[in-house]
Ligand binder design. Structure first.
Ligand code: GLY
Length: 415
């Protein structure tokens, strides 16, 4: 898309394209288009941020060489605030539940704006255990859920199989979690792209090279093609690449690293449909696997969790591990066509929670670090960023996820 040219934001005294003598940015490029907000990154989080910003009346641009890509191209789309609860991550539960509660309305609003659905399915989740150790692990999760005030139901193996007859006879027990649903991340991304376009968001299909800074304030971004964009507000939403952008001053910490996830896509063919009625996840001899059945007939099987930097190779070992565990849980999957194998990169932070809102550099906001929860947290992230971009403040429920929390703690990039 051709960049649209707009007049400088009248309320931005540091607009670097201002011919009246305001200082130029510290980058090499001279900005030629100007916006109220420029969002670096066109994945789900960048797009939902841009859509909500445009909805608040901000003239908004997204910078991404291939908008609609990112981790959501690979993700399964589980809205798993409860089944993905982990010890030590109780604060994240609150944000996850807040977002889960928004999902039905968000899906309807977005479908209306885009003229296309996002595959939201209020189908619930069953978490199963294969052997006695797996059952003990799931019992621990159940106890943690109860301590957090969550109502989930323990089922015997027989009760699990009554819910999902394709489960292996060896399943020892499970947890019925009726509030953990799913959406289709590829439909979600496509809908957000359309909604952004319809809301007037401009797309710049280029890499952002650096944040530009003038008089101690972010003033937009310089692009790899030598051009630049001026903006009073800059949002970094580049997933696991967010910390790599040039021009970030030392007081801005963006501690995001890639965590690789390999994911398979199978097709549920006619004699086997419906196969599973809900998302099924399991602890299988200490490993973790999930199966997400879509109304379209797609069955997503995921995911590995690997610390391998920016590597997105699909390996025989990864595919073997997923198929082995999925087969132990649901033996019938061996009949289904395997149609896709892919690896994505989750943007993880030191506490596994996202970085939201203003940073120590005025004008620079973060919307990144969503790790395993980008699709779940999309609605609440859009709302939080809409508030932070228009008021400079975070709503109360987002304060534990303040973008500057690691900078305040003196966190440094590990050597
Ligand atoms: N939330 C699922 C995953 O990250 O694999």
């Amino acid at each position: 898309m051709v960049p649209r040219t707009a007049s400088p934001h009248p309320s931005d005294p540091t607009d670097p394209s201002d011919p009246s003598g305001s200082p130029r940015p510290q980058g090499r490029s001279r900005p030629r288009a100007s916006f109220d907000a420029v969002v670096v990154g066109g994945g789900v989080i960048g797009l939902v941020t841009a859509w909500r910003a445009a909805g608040r009346g901000l003239r908004t641009a997204v910078v991404d060489p291939a908008p609609g890509g990112g981790a959501a191209r690979v993700a399964a789309g589980m809205l798993a605030a409860v089944t993905e609860l982990h010890h030590g991550e109780e604060p994240l539960l609150g944000l996850g539940l807040a977002s889960a509660a928004r999902w039905a309305d968000f899906a309807a609003e977005l479908a209306e704006a885009a003229g296309a659905g996002v595959g939201y399915r209020a189908c619930g989740t069953l978490a199963a255990a294969l052997d006695a150790d797996d059952r003990a692990e799931l019992r621990e999760l159940h106890a943690l859920q109860r301590r957090c005030g969550l109502e989930t139901e323990w089922l015997t193996g027989r009760e699990c199989r009554q819910l999902e007859p394709m489960l292996a006879p060896g399943v020892r027990g499970g947890l019925r979690v009726d509030g953990d649903h799913q959406a289709d991340p590829r439909l979600l991304t496509a809908a957000l792209l359309t909604a952004c376009e319809r809301a007037g968001v401009a797309f710049h299909r280029a890499w952002a090279r650096e944040v530009t800074v003038a008089r101690g304030r972010a003033t937009g971004v310089a692009l790899d093609d030598g051009t630049g964009l001026a903006a009073g507000l800059t949002v970094l939403a580049g997933g696991c690449h967010s910390g790599r952008l040039g021009g970030l001053p030392p007081e801005v910490a963006v501690p995001v690293r890639p965590v690789k996830g390999q994911v398979l896509r199978l097709r549920i063919t006619r004699p086997y449909a419906p196969f599973l009625s809900r998302t099924v996840r399991a602890v299988v001899r200490g490993g973790h696997v999930y199966l997400v059945p879509r109304e379209s007939g797609e069955l997503v099987v995921g995911a590995t969790s690997e610390e391998r930097g920016l590597d997105t190779t699909v390996t025989a070992g990864g595919v073997y591990q997923l198929l082995r565990d999925a087969h132990e849980l649901v033996p019938g999957i061996t009949e289904l066509p395997l149609v896709e194998t892919r690896a994505g990169l989750r943007p993880a932070t030191p506490d596994n929670a996202p970085l939201l809102g203003p940073t120590a550099l005025p004008g620079l906001h973060l919307a990144t670090g969503h790790h395993r929860n980008g699709v779940l947290l999309a609605p609440v992230t859009g709302d939080v960023l809409a508030v932070s971009l228009t008021t400079g403040e975070l709503p109360d429920h987002a304060r534990p996820f303040a973008a500057d929390r690691f900078a305040r703690s003196g966190w440094e990039v590990p050597a």
